[in-house]
Design a protein around this ligand. Structure first.
Ligand SMILES: NC(=O)c1ccc[n+]([C@@H]2O[C@H](COP(=O)([O-])OP(=O)(O)OC[C@H]3O[C@@H](n4cnc5c(N)ncnc54)[C@H](OP(=O)(O)O)[C@@H]3O)[C@@H](O)[C@H]2O)c1
Length: 324
């Protein structure tokens, strides 16, 4: 028996149930791990509420964690008991132990802690592909990052700045503005109080942005389109405030022949080669000091509901972990 947080019916934070579950021995190609830290993500909220459909009920929430290998199944040659590992994978993360396909694991370098590993595999890899693959951020680009003080936001602002971009962030409070400025933002906009489109126009002296990274969704649309220069890229990668409504493609034409994409991590790290390329680049950025991992909140795994309440009520900044 091990402990896990399961969802028996979708709903509010109260549906997160801390209980005993069975974890079997690893099968062929699988590894059993003891988890030392689990990453908290907004996607966990989408699955809990039913916005994203889990394959069935009940399910164990959570998509990223780090820990040590306890046992390996037949055919697994590249992992051994005691190895320090981390992963981004399907549901099943909110648990003390789990079984997972070996090809979804990466080894943690000595200098990366379990806690860092647990928040880098989903949030960090997402920031990696958004800034290097979806749009290749380079010196001189002007980028707008919504929810700049969030888990994705603080990592994205730091990395975009390190790549030489001019970074504009939006945030929900003054305290978050200070944090975003300390993590790579050149300018911060309080988008609950200020018209962010007008502020982007002012800040950029009318030149607007090369790319907008929008994980907020409903409340920042269609404003995000108005922040882009002709042929700029709208990257809608999340729905913290609700999904972007359907819109006519002609809107992209009206705003200056824009490009738009709705990417997800799975499609950027779907092969082992891509996963290792992303993880290697990410870990190197942390080890060489380009990227600081802001873990600003920690909860016991059994308090996952409290963690969800804080995340949904915009009370968190940076990354948060659950401790099994
Ligand atoms: N597509 C992908 O591959 C991918 C992968 C990972 C994450 N994501 C997305 O990235 C976004 C950020 O994820 P995260 O885990 O790092 O979360 P987070 O940014 O730490 O938390 C969400 C933030 O969104 C802002 N927000 C704006 N309106 C909100 C509302 N109505 N309710 C709640 N929050 C609101 C809040 O910041 P302010 O108070 O500053 O407004 C809040 O702190 C999410 O949309 C997530 O789904 C996408």
């Amino acid at each position: 028996m091990t402990k896990a947080v399961r969802v028996h019916k979708v709903g509010g934070p109260e549906v997160l149930t801390y209980e005993d579950v069975e974890v079997g021995a690893p099968g062929a190609g699988e590894v059993r791990i003891r988890q030392h830290a689990v990453g908290l993500n907004f996607i966990d909220v989408y699955f809990r509420t039913g916005l994203y459909k889990a394959p069935g009920l009940p399910f164990i929430a959570g998509n990223e964690a780090a820990g040590e290998v306890l046992a390996v199944g037949s055919g697994v040659t590249n992992f051994h008991p005691g190895d320090r590992v981390a992963y981004y994978y399907n549901l099943g993360g909110y648990a003390s132990e789990r079984v997972i396909p070996a090809d979804k694991l990466v080894k943690l370098p000595d200098h990366i802690t379990y806690e860092q590993g647990a928040v880098l595999m989903l949030k960090g890899l997402t920031v990696w592909y958004l800034l290097h693959k979806t749009f290749k951020v380079e010196h001189g680009h002007r980028v707008l990052i919504h929810a700049a003080a969030g888990g994705i936001g603080l990592l994205a602002c730091q990395w975009a700045r390190a790549l030489g971009a001019h970074v504009i962030g939006t945030v929900g409070s003054k305290a978050k503005a200070d944090l975003a400025l300390a993590n790579g933002c050149d300018h911060v906009i309080l988008y609950n109080e200020e018209n962010f489109v007008e502020r982007v126009k002012q800040i950029s002296r009318g030149e607007l942005c090369d790319v907008v990274y929008d994980g907020v969704g409903k409340t920042t649309f269609p404003g995000s389109l108005s922040c882009l220069k002709p042929r700029g890229l709208f990257v809608s990668f999340g729905n913290a405030s609700g999904p972007v409504p359907p819109f006519p493609l002609a809107e992209l034409n009206n705003h200056g022949s824009l490009f738009a994409t709705r990417p997800k991590l799975n499609d950027y790290v779907g092969t082992r080669k891509e996963l290792l390329e992303g993880a290697d680049t990410l870990f190197a950025a942390v080890i060489n000091g380009k990227l600081h991992v802001p873990i600003n909140h920690a909860y016991a795994l059994k308090d996952a509901a409290k963690a969800h309440i804080d995340l949904e009520s915009r009370a968190t900044t940076g990354a948060a972990i659950l401790r099994p």
